[in-house]
Ligand binder design. Structure first.
Ligand code: GLN
Length: 320
């Protein structure tokens, strides 16, 4: 073999290696499929591709992904004016869309999720804030006025509940506790972005363990409550991409409630409130745990779909 053909073969191998790298890039197949398409065509193709992997909200997801790439131009504007859509936009869209096709949650791809009146940062280290949890925020706000109150959010995750409540109640202060340092980093960014830094303090800890000697007028939590065996059957977005720490409630889904309920009488000041998010079928069990812990004024409230979603109540006003 001559020197020339040897280096020719080496170069060919290098080209092949690069081509293989390119082909393994998540958006590569989409970029190939979209050659020569305008935005309307790409949108149609993307909706069909999302639907084909089992995503029900394919229309909405395509709209959000395209909107994210177009920002601040709207989809309607870009559909009406071809000059507002470039091939560079298409390749950026392909990389994001490829993640969605792998069932990465939209919130993690976009990096944020609206919750209450806020737009919160989301990563794979935190549970994506859900509309269900707004039922808890609403229930607390309906019962607790804007006068000085110190609250605690156990397992704060993204900080969603803490941030939503403090943003509505300027006289309140609060603490957020989470076992995950990565979650706390996200929560801190949300607290800071909501201009709540001066009123919210975050700390690493397992439930109330790090809070010896502290007491609160209000304790809230959206603890992990999925029955462990059910976790494996959840949609891939949740099962594969959201933190198990925020979802796995143990054998019967009630592990976290047992710990929290046992701690509430110590954590709550006399007459203080608690509000916990629950699974749709956990109302009776969690109410029973609250009763056993000596908590009073117990209520179980539904979310907007009519499912039991919040158990709340109070610590007795005084002992004896
Ligand atoms: N509501 C969430 C879900 O069903 C679970 C949240 C939790 O365990 N706290 O995905």
């Amino acid at each position: 073999m001559t020197r020339d053909s040897a280096s020719g073969a080496a170069f060919e191998a290098a080209v092949q290696s690069h081509a293989a790298d390119q082909a393994s890039r998540p958006g590569f197949a989409l970029v190939q499929a979209w050659q020569g398409m305008d935005l309307a065509g790409i949108r149609r193709h993307l909706v069909a591709a999302l639907r084909a992997v089992g995503i029900d909200e394919a229309d909405d997801d395509a709209r959000f992904l395209i909107g994210h790439v177009l920002e601040p131009v709207s989809l309607a504007q870009a559909l009406a004016d071809a000059a507002l859509w470039s091939w560079q936009d298409a390749t950026r869209l392909a990389d994001l869309a490829a993640l969605r096709l792998q069932r990465v949650p939209l919130s993690q791809i976009l990096g944020s999720k609206p919750f209450w009146t806020l737009d919160l940062k989301v990563t794979g280290d935190v549970l994506t804030p859900r509309a269900d949890t707004e039922a808890l925020v609403e229930a607390v706000l309906a019962r607790c006025a804007d006068k000085p109150l110190h609250m605690l959010d156990l397992g704060t995750g993204s900080g969603a509940i803490l941030a939503a409540l403090l943003s509505e109640r300027p006289a309140w202060t609060g603490q957020g506790v989470d076992l995950s340092p990565a979650a706390l980093a996200v929560a801190q960014q949300n607290i800071d972005a909501c201009a709540l830094t001066a009123r919210a303090q975050l700390a690493r800890g397992r439930w109330g363990e790090s809070l010896r000697g502290h007491s609160f007028d209000l304790v809230v939590s959206n603890p992990p409550y999925i029955v462990r065996e059910v976790l494996a059957r959840l949609e891939p977005e949740v099962r594969d991409h959201e933190p198990a720490l925020a979802l796995d409630g143990g054998e019967d889904g009630l592990d976290a409630y047992r710990v929290i309920m046992a701690d509430l009488p110590r954590l709550l000041r006399p007459g203080g409130w608690f509000a916990l998010e629950i699974g749709y079928d956990q109302g009776a069990a969690v109410l029973a745990l609250a009763q056993a812990a000596g908590l009073t004024a117990l209520e179980c409230l539904p979310d907007l779909s009519g499912h039991d979603r919040v158990v709340l109540g109070r610590a007795v006003l005084q002992n004896g």
